[in-house]
Design a protein around this ligand. Structure first.
Ligand SMILES: [Ca+2]
Ligand SMILES: [Ca+2]
Length: 253
């Protein structure tokens, strides 16, 4: 099909999002019982595309916790460390902390690889890349299906409080601004199992048997873009289990 330069192609298939919620950890009590998530091997599972609240006052500091290598002023342990883990859905993910108010103004965040909780390797660490002194990590190079551990702590005793921790697993191509390039005569795999539905996406006017009611966009849209390599082009979609592979071909005019 003929398109102008730098046309953007939108691909649609149906799939399920991974939106869900995780309960906040229980607080430690005065008898010293460790709450879930207080230690790495008892980490709280963090669902993709979810936000949890961590009241660090309910967690304890363990001298055996690994130091935050990124800590402002030099490597060191944080205060009241909480541990989370997640399963990578793709090569990228973003972790960010927010403040629940009060003293919670300065977090530390680190990520470790290692499916065995006893053998972990730090792959990322951040102190202040978020708002103010909050933490933000853009992860790349993750292995789909592998477990990663997240270490959250307060920077100081005076910043122990309630933080939010968000895990965003959406791939960049989930939105038009992150469309991946589909070169002429090539194929790109997009995984519609990890994209999400944006209600602001344009609708497909060509859709067969649309549901009753106002028009709605397709489910779990992914975005690709191409630069026209010839006046006539053909776009096809090949489906594989859980994924689809758009193929762009430049045809002789
Ligand atoms: Ca702890
Ligand atoms: Ca910080």
């Amino acid at each position: 099909m003929a398109r102008s330069l730098a046309s953007v192609v939108r691909i649609l298939m149906s799939s399920l999002a991974c939106l869900s919620a995780v309960a906040a950890p229980a607080s430690a009590d005065d008898r010293g019982f460790a709450p879930p998530g207080d230690e790495r091997c008892d980490s709280i599972f963090l669902n993709c595309n979810s936000t949890v609240q961590a009241n660090l006052a309910g967690f304890t500091s363990n001298p055996n916790d690994p130091a935050f290598t990124c800590r402002f002023g030099g490597a060191g342990r944080g205060f009241n460390t909480a541990w989370y883990s997640f399963i990578a859905q793709g090569p990228t993910a973003t972790l960010s902390t927010g403040s629940g108010g009060g003293a919670a103004t300065d977090s530390l965040l680190a990520v470790y690889s290692g499916n065995d909780c006893g053998i972990v390797t730090q792959i990322a660490c951040d102190d202040d890349s978020g708002n103010g002194n909050l933490s933000l990590i853009n992860l790349t190079g993750l292995t789909t299906g592998n477990r990663y551990y997240v270490q959250l702590a307060a920077f100081s005793d005076g910043t122990v409080g309630t933080y939010t921790l968000n895990l965003d697993c959406r791939p960049p191509y989930d939105e038009c601004a992150g469309a991946i390039n589909l070169a002429c005569n090539s194929a790109q795999e997009v995984n519609l199992g990890i994209t999400t539905t944006n209600p602001a996406d344009p609708i497909f006017p060509c859709r067969l048997n649309p549901p009753p009611g106002p028009p709605v966009p397709g489910v779990n849209s992914a975005w690709l873009r191409f630069t026209a390599g010839a006046p006539n082009m053909r776009l096809t979609v090949l489906a594989t289990a859980g994924s689809s592979t758009p193929v762009g071909r430049c045809l002789p005019s």
